[in-house]
Design a protein around this ligand. Structure first.
Ligand code: BMX
Length: 280
């Protein structure tokens, strides 16, 4: 059975046809920063227009929270868009079939569990990207939680001199880009500068890795999973992943740290698997 799978992220939207955990076709567009949910849906409709009739279920992995089918930001700094947009209903109307929406990190975690690096073991998933999201699979089940936020480790609060903030605000891709203060356009630019030996860029990335490692450490203390799978555009940079591994090398836990096997496709593959489960 082929599913239409959508991954709405902080910087890009991926639309794909997925069958048996394999992406058959894909289209990617930048996430519109203005226009909120209406603009995302228009971009999705446009990208998927040629595939009508080729899928029998549909699912979306979405950055942010979904409550009663409506979208809201968990961290408005990650994606500033008006809360309350009826995402499930709009996508379902537009595509002519029910579209099941899940938080992006939970969907990607499920994708990795079913088809990627997790396979059969208790698993924590952490995506380090524009923001930091997370998901948990325990005893073969995705821990959705009563609010759809189970395992969402990037939003764990960290005490600061001014009070507290979500830990992702101190290490995510958005934080890295902000620290560049004009010396690079985005997080990618900071990595490029670090690769050519710029000390300022290395310092930013080191600090990000120190803090992201705390997220993984916390997950270990809370769950002690067999494996933590790290994904996301930042988490999958080989030097960054190696830095996390190094920081977790000592300590009593036996958790294996693995890069997401499905890479940037984890969200759509997980969304397709969840769509299938909901249409059965
Ligand atoms: C933020 C939050 C999470 C999301 C994570 C990674 C918003 C809009 N998003 O913590 O729901 O899973 O970022 O998202 O509040 P990404 O877009 O960076 O992949």
């Amino acid at each position: 059975m082929t599913a239409l799978a959508i991954d709405i992220g902080g910087t890009k939207i991926l639309v794909a046809l997925v069958r048996d955990g394999v992406v058959l076709e894909r289209r990617q567009v930048a996430t519109p920063r203005d226009g909120g949910g209406d603009a995302w849906c228009a971009a999705i409709a446009d990208a998927a227009a040629g595939w009508r009739g080729q899928y029998s279920s549909a699912g979306a992995a979405v950055t942010g929270g979904i409550r009663d089918g409506r979208w809201y930001a968990l961290n408005p700094e990650t994606l500033p868009a008006p809360a309350g947009f009826p995402l499930e209903a709009t996508l379902s109307d537009m595509l002519g079939l029910p579209v099941h929406c899940t938080n992006d990190a939970q969907a990607a975690g499920w994708g990795e569990y079913r088809r990627g690096a997790g396979q059969g073991r208790d698993m924590g998933f952490v995506t380090i990207s524009t923001g930091i999201g997370g998901g948990l699979v325990l005893g073969g089940k995705l821990v959705s939680g009563i609010s759809g936020l189970g395992g969402h480790v990037g939003l764990m609060p960290l005490a600061t001199v001014d009070g507290s903030t979500a830990i992702e605000n101190l290490c995510s891709g958005r934080w890295i880009a902000k620290q560049a203060e004009g010396r690079a356009d985005d997080a990618r630019g900071v990595f490029a500068a670090a690769a050519t030996g710029a000390d300022w860029a290395r310092e930013i990335i080191d600090l990000s890795m120190d803090r992201a490692a705390l997220v993984l450490r916390t997950l270990q203390w809370l769950v002690d999973p067999a494996v933590i799978v790290v994904g996301g555009g930042i988490g999958l940079v080989p030097s960054y992943f190696a830095g996390l591994q190094q920081r977790l090398a000592s300590g009593p836990h036996r958790t294996e740290l693995r890069p997401a096997l499905l890479g940037g496709d984890a969200g759509v593959i997980g969304a397709a698997e969840l769509a299938l489960a909901h249409s059965e």
